[in-house]
Ligand binder design. Structure first.
Ligand code: COA
Length: 208
């Protein structure tokens, strides 16, 4: 008879631990190509993390949870959220994007390269549509390394964030997903999210 392996622990991120922040950025890169490894696509390995992970660690660390793979593996997955997307976007405009715009001026990378595409997002970050935020003011990102996928960890991470949002009385949460990331789309639908009729592939879930 085999002894059941306990699930990996989920805990709040340690935003002041530089090694942990690096690890979160690494998970972001290694899941950044519509859920697959984007390492080979980017010249700058930190760029995706600066856009899709760093802001949450800095400005919403109480809604950032990691899946802890132990002392050797470290962080193997995360869920990152913002309770009030509009306020979060305003905060980034004040305190996050200006520094990155200085570090990554337009034209830092060759035109048409994936890196330069992300530089474009730094200079013109998309804003969530007001009609989306009326019902789904919060948003989230969830990413797991391949070795941590498929064993219920995604559901546990999402549930952890949804519980935290509900305990704050947040009305709803949305997320965007790449059109070709059909695995994530199937997952979101299975755990209760529904497509929202706005541009892009956007899912929402009412919480109250
Ligand atoms: C998408 C992702 C977060 C899902 O997490 P996961 O750990 O693989 O999924 P889980 O094992 O927790 O699955 C939870 C449930 O969803 C179901 N599910 C998972 N993927 C599914 C799919 N593609 N279609 C239908 N159901 C699916 C599981 O069967 C499970 O069902 P159950 O709880 O009723 O038994 C994870 O695969 C991942 O990080 N992928 C790479 C990065 C990525 O694409 N992130 C999303 C970017 S928008």
């Amino acid at each position: 008879m085999t002894t059941p392996v306990p699930p990996l622990p989920i805990r709040p991120v340690h935003p002041d631990d530089d090694a942990e922040v690096d690890r979160v950025y690494d998970v972001c890169l290694r899941t950044g190509a519509s859920g697959a490894d984007a390492t080979d696509q980017f010249a700058d390995p930190r760029l995706l993390g600066e856009v899709y992970a760093g802001p949450y660690l800095r400005f919403a660390p109480d809604l950032a949870f990691v899946l802890d793979g132990g002392p050797t593996a470290g962080v193997v997955g995360y869920v990152l959220g913002a309770a009030d997307t509009a306020a979060f976007e305003n905060e980034l405009e004040r305190s996050w994007w200006p520094g990155l715009r200085r570090r990554y001026p337009r034209g830092t990378f060759p035109e048409g390269s994936p890196d330069e595409g992300v530089v474009g997002l730094i200079h013109e970050p998309p804003r969530a549509a007001p009609e989306l935020l009326a019902d789904y003011p919060a948003h989230l990102h969830v990413d797991l390394l391949p070795e941590a996928q498929g064993g219920g960890n995604g559901r546990r991470l999402i549930t952890t964030l949804l519980d935290a949002l509900r305990s704050r009385g947040v009305a709803g949460v949305h997320l965007g997903v790449a059109a070709d990331n059909v695995n994530a789309q199937g997952f979101y639908e299975h755990v209760g999210f529904r497509r929202v009729d706005v541009p892009g592939v956007v899912y929402g879930l009412r919480l109250t």
